[in-house]
Design a binder for this molecule. Sequence first.
Ligand code: ADP
Ligand code: MG
Length: 378
Amino acid sequence: IQSMHYFFFIVFQVALRIRPLSDAELEEGATIIAHKVDDQMVVLMDPMEDPDDILRAHRSREKTYMFDVAFDYSATQDEVYRSTTKGLIEGLISGYNATVFAYGPTGCGKTYTMLGTDREPGIYVRTLNDLFKAIEETSDDMQYSVSMSYLEIYNEMIRDLLNPSSGFLDLREDSKGEIQVTGITEVSTINAREVMELLMKGNKQRTQEPTAANQTSSRSHAVLQVGVRQQSRCRDILQEVRFARLFMIDLAGSERASQTQNRGQRLKEGAHINRSLLALGNCINALSEKNGNKYVNYRDSKLTRLLKDSLGGNSRTVMIAHISPASLAFEDSRNTLTYADRAKSIRTRVKRNLLNVSYHVAQYTSIISDLRSEIQRL
Ligand code: ADP
Ligand code: MG
C-alpha cells in the first residue's frame, strides 16, 4: 500500500464579517446599510434608491443573504476565530489539510481578521497558539513538528516575507503531486509568543501601494503556510505517518480596478490581482456547479496553483468574506456578498494524508473508527 485515503464529504464553510463604521466613513456622512439579522443572516439595503422611481414599489429595497456564520461590529476576534478556524485544528493534527482565507475589498478588515493587532491578535496567532496546545496534549508516542512560512503573491510573483531579499520564488510540484515553493524560509519549532512578532515583521514587507480609492491598497495576497508533520514511535524508530498543511490567506483587495481609476503600473498590478482573484472566482464557480464535473483550471494563476489541493477537495476550507457597513461601499459590498454566496455551494471531499507504508493494522482499525465517528458528527 502506498497510502490510504478515506473520503467523505465536508462543507466549505463561508463566514461573513461586517466591520464597524470607521471614523472616516462617519465624517463623510455615511449611513449603515449592511446589518447582521441573526447569526447567519445579513441584509444589505440599496442606498441609491430614487424616491421618484415609480417602479420602486415593485423592487426589493433590501436583499438578504445567508451564511454559515455572520459577524458584525460587536464580534470579538476570539468569537470570529472560534466560529471559523478553531474547529480545523483537531483535523490538522489528525492529518487533514485546512485552509482559511479572508476575502473582500481593501479596508474592510481582512488583515484585521487574519493578523490583527498586538492587543487584538487575529486568526494567525490564535490558531498557532491552539495548535501548539493541542500538540502538547497528544500522547507521547506521537511526535509532531510544526513549520511555518509566510509569503506574498504580488504581480503573479512570489516573495518570501520572512526573507524578502531572496527575490522571486518558483512553484514546483513534488513527487507526491503537492505544490511547493522552492527556497522558501521555513521556521520550525516556533514558540507561540514569537509568532506574532515574526508575522508583524513579515507583514511590513508586504507590497502596499497608494491608489486613488484608498490611502494604501493591499494588492498582494499574503499566505501563511503551516506544516504539521506527525511521526509515530514504533520500537524506538520514528516513522512519518502524516503531514498536513494549513494555509491562512489574507487576499488582495477584491475591489475592481476600474473603481480605483488605475493607470499604468497600477493598472498592470490591478490586472494581475484580478487574474489571481478571477482565477479563484472561476475555480469557485466550477467547484460549485451542482453536477460537479465542470473542469476546474487551477493553472490560471499562482494563487490557484498554490491552493489547488485546498480548493480541489483535499482540505477543510473556511472563507471569511469582509464588508464595510457604509452606504458608500454599497457596490463593493454587494459584489462581495454575491461572491461569498456563490462559494457556499462548494462541497468538497477531504482525504487524510497518510504517508507511511507499514502502519500496523490495528492502527488502521482505529483510524477507521475515528473516521466513522467523524462522519456521524457531520
Ligand atoms: P484590509 O486588510 O481588508 O484592507 P484592514 O484589516 O487593514 O482592511 O482594516 C482597515 C481598518 O479598519 C484598519 O484600521 C483596521 O484596524 C480597522 N478594522 C477592520 N476591521 C475591524 C474590526 N472588526 N474592528 C475594529 N477595527 C477594524
Ligand atoms: Mg490588508
